[in-house]
Design a protein around this ligand. Structure first.
Ligand SMILES: Nc1nc2c(ncn2[C@@H]2O[C@H](COP(=O)(O)OP(=O)(O)OP(=O)(O)O)[C@@H](O)[C@H]2O)c(=O)[nH]1
Ligand SMILES: [Mg+2]
Length: 310
């Protein structure tokens, strides 16, 4: 399945809201775009979890373009899609590879967000591109975390650097980059323990891990990915800025966009954060990762609205 159909399959909740509700606004031949209509659209959009600002921007755009006219569903959807694409626009940015030598990727996020699984997915992708990969088991709090990453490394044909429980994660990060340099490995991905953005000591630890990577290889880390759990909706957005400050995040991996997530949260993330959404997680398997493309995402979001009336 391509990105389009997988996103569509994943966005059940948002899809249901948009498909049925937006279509329901148009029972007869067209509708007058007036304040009552805009109010109804506002309610529908808000329920997709796209957040207040995005909702208002979209409602305002429909008003500006269509107010006072009797229009068909298609016209409203066209305005919505164009504005959404504008709101979500981001540089086409897959992973930023190092010009030479290993590319170092650090991964952080709150507990259970999907960090380790996302690392496995990234490693799987790099491996399928023929790149060699070393994983750094920087979650040294829990033995189970090291085990989980070791299993993935074995399955995916990646190397792994581990350290005894309680070792400072910055040390593991440093050693992982050292190994990547010594063995001429293409990509090093450093796992970190889950933490809350309110735990200032653990936030400071991220800064230290980052510094250790830079010490092992100046110019690294080339990417610092923040993994957000799409099912947590607006909470994910508020976590992000603290992580971005502490770890210098360069992009977001939005995990768990399948399942119960409301896809509108992606809109909210793009609107509120300066960070690009680089990948979305669409399941628990190592293959369930897709590079994020805003235009395709918006098309997928609305494809059923129009298909049903066609
Ligand atoms: N459905 C679905 N489940 C996911 C996805 N990503 C991760 N998970 C599941 O979410 C749970 C937590 O994933 P982990 O990768 O262990 O999360 P983590 O952030 O490393 O967790 P900690 O290290 O404990 O902080 C696991 O059961 C994963 O299988 C996804 O994209 N979709
Ligand atoms: Mg983990």
């Amino acid at each position: 399945m391509g990105f389009f159909s997988r996103i569509k399959a994943g966005l059940k909740k948002t899809g249901a809201v948009l498909n049925t509700d937006i279509r329901d606004l148009f029972k007869s031949e067209g509708r007058l775009i007036d304040e009552e209509f805009l109010e109804e659209v506002r309610g529908i959009l808000f329920r997709t979890d796209m957040g207040y600002d995005s909702t208002e921007a979209l409602v305002e755009e429909i008003g500006k373009k269509l107010r006072g006219r009797v229009v068909q569903l298609e016209e409203v959807v066209d305005v919505l899609k164009a504005k959404l694409k504008e709101l979500m626009h981001q540089p086409a940015s897959p992973i930023e590879y190092a010009a030479s030598g290993p590319t170092v990727v650090m991964v952080c996020g709150v507990n259970g967000a999907g960090k380790t699984t996302s690392i496995a997915k990234l490693a799987s992708q790099f491996r399928s591109e023929g790149k060699s990969v070393v994983l750094g088991a920087g979650d040294t709090f829990r033995a189970a975390a090291v085990q989980q990453l070791t299993i993935w490394a074995d399955r995916l044909g990646a190397s792994i650097v581990t350290a005894p429980s309680g070792t400072h994660p910055a040390t593991v990060g440093y050693q992982t980059v050292e190994k990547a340099l010594a063995d001429k490995i293409d990509v090093a991905i450093i796992d970190t323990a889950g933490r809350l953005q309110t735990q200032s000591d653990l936030m400071a630890e991220l800064t230290k891990i980052r510094a250790a990577l830079a010490k092992a290889l100046p110019g690294s880390p080339h990417e610092v990915l923040l993994v957000l759990d799409a099912t947590t909706g607006q909470n994910g957005v508020s976590q992000a800025s603290k992580f971005a400050d502490a770890a210098g995040c360069t992009g977001i991996v939005l995990a768990k966009l399948d399942g119960t997530a409301k896809g509108g949260v992606v809109v909210s993330i793009r609107q509120q954060l300066g960070l690009p959404v680089k990948y979305v997680g669409l399941g628990e398997s190592h293959e369930d990762l897709a590079p994020f493309n805003p235009d395709e995402f918006v098309d997928a979001l609305f494809s059923d609205v129009l298909a049903a009336t066609a």
